[in-house]
Design a protein around this ligand. Structure first.
Ligand SMILES: [Fe+2]
Ligand SMILES: [Fe+2]
Length: 157
């Protein structure tokens, strides 16, 4: 069956977001380093990164983390993940309030990229394996995440 027809389970769906945003960070860094990126392009790209991360964090906080809290005995992992979300949100708010895509924005986007990379690594290596090992229906959870993701994306559009 073609990959597109296979429904993603919760972890695959979240990890696809991780990969997508990583590509956006790489694209931003390319524009910033080359110094050739028009400010408007960089600002639009930064906003796209912020929007995607905001939706991603919301679906994890509203659906994925609470479902896991009930099933896995590792509250400290989820507490740390939520604290890292808060740090990212603070950086996102600062980026969104910046009027221009100048060197300060480049630095902050780069700091956000590093923070997200660290967080994603923890989700991949510590949280997803626990989700997969717990007796939970990751396909149904993936459906819920997808539906909420589409609602939030429509709100933001
Ligand atoms: Fe995530
Ligand atoms: Fe997360």
């Amino acid at each position: 069956m073609p990959q597109a027809l296979i429904e993603k389970d919760a972890c695959d769906l979240l990890d696809a977001d991780h990969v997508a945003v990583k590509h956006l960070f790489v694209e931003y860094a390319r524009l910033a380093v080359a110094g050739t990126g028009a400010d408007a392009d960089k600002k639009a790209l930064a906003q796209k990164i912020c929007n995607e991360l905001t939706v991603h964090a919301r679906i994890e906080e509203e659906i994925f983390y609470p479902a896991l809290r009930k099933l896995i005995d590792a509250p400290e992992l989820l507490d740390e993940a939520e604290a890292e979300h808060q740090e990212a949100k603070d950086m996102i708010a600062r980026i969104e309030s910046m009027p221009a895509a100048d060197a300060a924005m480049d630095e902050l986007v780069s700091a956000l990229a590093r923070a997200v990379e660290h967080h994603v690594k923890e989700e991949r290596t510590l949280i997803f394996p626990k989700a997969r090992a717990a007796v939970m229906d990751l396909d149904a959870l993936g459906q819920q995440l997808k539906q909420r993701q589409q609602e939030l994306e429509a709100e933001m559009a």
